[in-house]
Design a protein around this ligand. Sequence first.
Ligand SMILES: [Zn+2]
Length: 308
Amino acid sequence: MNLYISNSQCNLHDNGEDHPELSERTNRIQDQLIGSLLFDWFAHAQSRAATDDELALAHDPNLVKHLEASLPEKGVIEINIDTHLSPGSVIAARHAVGAVLDGIDAVHNGSAKAVFCNVRPPGHHAEYSEPQGFCLFNNVAVGAAYAFERYGYERVAIVDFDVHHGNGTESYARREPRVWFASSFEDKIYPNSEPESDIPNMVKMPLDKYSGSDEFRQAWSEKGLPALIDYKPQLIIISAGFDGHVLDPMGNLKLHENDYAWITTELVKIANTFAEGKIVSVLEGGYDLGALSMSAREHIKILFGLDF
Ligand SMILES: [Zn+2]
């Protein structure tokens, strides 16, 4: 059985008007799955809220205190550039992390093979002690740390195909040599990451502006996937961002839904070979609601073996 984890509490995070990271994103993905008659083909669960101790696996404990102390009583405040807090933001972000932890519990204890976490706010830009780039807590970094500490995993891979480089996850990989991190991203846009990796447990695949399917698949086929195979992951966590889609307003890549199906197919093969199929996929970016929901649907179809 495969598992879809969400929580309406994630909708409590409000970035205010005219901000692309909004609760409609996760709602549209779920509506797309229901409308495509896929929603009854997998199990559903409500996420738990990650505790302070769980968040401290990959964050400065003072970050949680700082965010909670900064919460507005009403309305929306900016805590960092383009990154906001509303009264429910921390509870929403705790559920986004909690979904990943629940997903890891499920694939570890065998109650699920693959998991998709339809949650927000996204996480891969969040640094150890700083929210950034629409992200409050780094959902996938806390997830990997939990797999190491709670269950004794030795090799956890984080695979990120969001149009933006996961700088917060990179920082985590610098602190945690056991994790392995691969990221394809559009070069020379936010967060303006260095294009080359200088640590052995990270693979970077910068893609030039306007790159499309060929460049994306070539980068993963020649660099990311062979390195992932060499690592022999016991668990794969995906930072599933769909903002590299040609219709997405945030980047300039020209990916299509079938590119997300392709990378998912390759990751499922590797998970089946080395990790008993264990994949926890976590929503990151994706801001054109139509492209996001269609891309996520194609990703989930392959992840859950529903491509019939
Ligand atoms: Zn992004």
